[in-house]
Write a protein that binds this ligand. Structure first.
Ligand SMILES: Nc1ncnc2c1ncn2[C@@H]1O[C@H](COP(=O)(O)OP(=O)(O)OP(=O)(O)O)[C@@H](O)[C@H]1O
Length: 246
């Protein structure tokens, strides 16, 4: 079973006027688990997700590793090994970003097929099944420009799940969806994760939906400010804080 562990990780983003520092003392996720990351806008949720997706490199960490059940992979240094990083991403990770850009010159079906091809897991029937569950099966031959924002978001979800990843990362996957379609999207993500025993990490502002689907909450909050620098920390949220909707 897959597991990712982070210990004492730090990342600083800075420009001339301000500095944003994020600390992750400890975070772990294993196959079958579902964790929600919450926090105010600009608190660093996407930064955490980009680090998990190995899009952004941490500045330093005591531990940042992926255990795939056979091998322990050091994610802190994998960015230096381009082909290993590309292989790992294609095989293991499904990342639904906020924009989730689709190739504009390809149909929805072709966008999904590209992901499966890169991951060496072509499976048209599975792609169609996901599209059906997400309510976009009638749109498989449409190009992104012909879709609404919510339809594009669902196409991006189908693409990110289509190669049966064992880590599913979702950055506000239901941001453009109405409540019924949002529930359908989360149900599909968790169904697909259940097929492979995948771990699911989701950024959301929808506490109610995440609670309903039994996500474990982690929150990013400001620890302190030092001049123009903001220092934020990711920590688990206990049940009592969740009840008052902190
Ligand atoms: N290059 C940079 N220099 C300084 N600060 C930066 C830079 N890039 C990003 N930031 C800051 O980093 C912080 C974290 O950004 P991030 O996108 O991770 O937040 P978020 O919690 O995902 O926000 P949202 O909910 O709005 O999507 C923000 O406050 C942002 O202003």
């Amino acid at each position: 079973m897959i597991a990712i562990r982070i210990e004492a990780l730090n990342k600083t983003l800075a420009d001339k006027e301000r500095e944003f520092r994020l600390a992750v003392p400890f975070f772990s996720i294993a196959g079958g688990e579902r964790k929600a990351i919450v926090g105010s806008t600009g608190s660093g949720k996407t930064t955490v997700m980009d680090i998990l997706a190995m899009v952004t490199e941490p500045d330093d960490c005591r531990r940042f590793e992926l255990d795939d059940g056979e091998e322990l992979i050091d994610l802190a240094t994998i960015a230096e090994r381009h082909s290993a990083l590309a292989r790992l991403r294609a095989a293991c990770f499904g990342y639904i970003t906020q924009q989730s850009p689709l190739f504009p010159f390809l149909t929805v079906a072709e966008n999904v097929a590209v992901q499966q091809k890169v991951s060496h897991r072509p499976d048209r029937a599975y792609a169609e099944q996901l599209a059906g569950m997400l309510g976009i099966d009638m749109l498989l031959n449409a190009r992104p420009a012909e879709l609404s924002v919510g339809q594009r978001q669902r196409a991006a979800i189908a693409r990110a799940l289509s190669h049966r990843p064992c880590v599913v990362l979702c950055d506000e996957p239901t941001g453009a969806l109405d409540p019924v379609t949002a529930r359908q999207a989360i149900t599909t993500i968790l169904w697909a994760a259940g097929q492979t025993g995948a771990a699911v990490v989701m950024i959301t502002h929808d506490w109610e939906l995440a609670s309903e689907f039994k996500f474990e909450f982690h929150v990013i909050e400001t620890k302190r400010r030092e001049g123009s620098a903001t220092i934020n920390v990711l920590r688990p949220l206990d049940a009592s804080a969740r009840e008052v909707g902190l």
